[in-house]
Design a protein around this ligand. Sequence first.
Ligand SMILES: O=C[C@H](O)[C@H](O)COP(=O)(O)O
Ligand SMILES: C=C(OP(=O)(O)O)C(=O)O
Length: 482
Amino acid sequence: MGTPVRNSSNHEAAVQHPPGDIPPSRPRAPSRSRTSEWSPTSWRSRPDSQAVRYDDPAAVERIASRIEELPPLVSSWEVERFRSLVAEAQLGRRFLLQGGDCAETMRECRSETIVNKLDILLKMSLVLIVGGGKPVVRVGRFAGQYAKPRSRPTEVRGGIELPSYFGDLVNGSEFTPEARRPDPERMLACYHHAAMTLNFVRSLSAGGLSGLERPDRWDLSFSERTDLPAPVRECFQATTRQLEDALRCMDALGGAGSELSRVEFFTSHEALNLHYESAQTRAAPHRDEYYDLTAHMPWLGERTRSLDGAHVEFLRGISNPIGIKLGPSVTPVEVLRLLDTLNPTEIPGRIVLITRMGAERVDATLPPLLEVVKRAGRRVLWVCDPMHGNTITTSSGVKTREFAAIVREIDRTFDAHDACGTYLGGVHFELTGDHVTECIGGSVREEDLSHAYETVCDPRLNQSQALELSYCIARRMRAMRP
Ligand SMILES: O=C[C@H](O)[C@H](O)COP(=O)(O)O
Ligand SMILES: C=C(OP(=O)(O)O)C(=O)O
């Protein structure tokens, strides 16, 4: 990592850590003195393939300075705790569940939407804990997932060409010149919406599992489907019985003390708009470490992982755990170079490699990556994102994903890890707790997509599809247990 250049305005408040919380000294962040200088703004000298073309650069600076003064959204000690959990997951002791919107919007910063999102993530995690047999680290794609990388800078509709929608942090999704104009004020508005979301998430999480409905009220009709092979159906039904027993048992114990009664959520988003990310990047008090305090886990996207690019430069200097998306075009050598650059001193819990190959390409593309990382003895957490490699467009031009392809990618990813002797330690989904019709599968057929197609970017799993997936994953985790 580069030598950090300190700047008096970007220090996290010098407060004491809460008693009993993770002390700041472990594990130490890498010394950054070996390579070139790093600062929260050193990314500005590097190419950024997704750079936003603002027409008022002075306004961008003004807004970024304001965000710099505002309180951080998360704290460095929460990030450290998260890192310690990721480190345990890297050793096979935990499983990470990451999920939320493709593109979070300010309009959907509503209590019902947030409650539903937490509810589905909580239910899925319960299925994985009880059915899969591992403690689960819950990570939301929320409270900051407002910026989207796009394949093309502009979009054409009816012969009119406008800038693409790059997420609410940048512009509006409506197809008008006014909405699509990048507006730096949106960074501040999104900061406020992230803060409101996080505030509500924190207060809901404090209630633990107490608000969770019992499985007998969940929609588990998928587990009765006669087209499921009998052993799968039996496994699903056994998982439901186990869940009911576990919750009854927890009630009897008063909910205290068990893994099931502790509900912790961490936040994540793609660290895409570096004006926003660097404005909230602070040095921890009395330490030579910087944290991006917009989220516990920022990630590097498939479109922004170029080794000499701005995003790699920014992420190499912060101490948060970071996700790295890996698509089918990445080479084993590139992966090793990313690890050398982003984790030169092998900090436990630092790197989460999120593979998103596409169901039909996993078998050819994943094993060489697993082998090279294993042979190099690098410590990473492998996570499967079965969404981004499986996007298709219907003949009427609607972006969707097939549930069956998503399950196939997960199954093949588990197979590849089994064959290589590596641990698949997490999954990453675009999902919502609402009853949308964006992905095909279960009760949603292609002709139903228009009923409740609400995403502003890519299609998300709905509540029942997401729940069914958690059963499929639990089944594979169970098989993987010694
Ligand atoms: O979520 C991922 C990307 O932002 C999204 O798939 C890009 O979509 P596009 O190819 O329509 O730009
Ligand atoms: C853009 C995303 O994914 P990827 O970088 O893998 O395409 C995403 O997860 O929002």
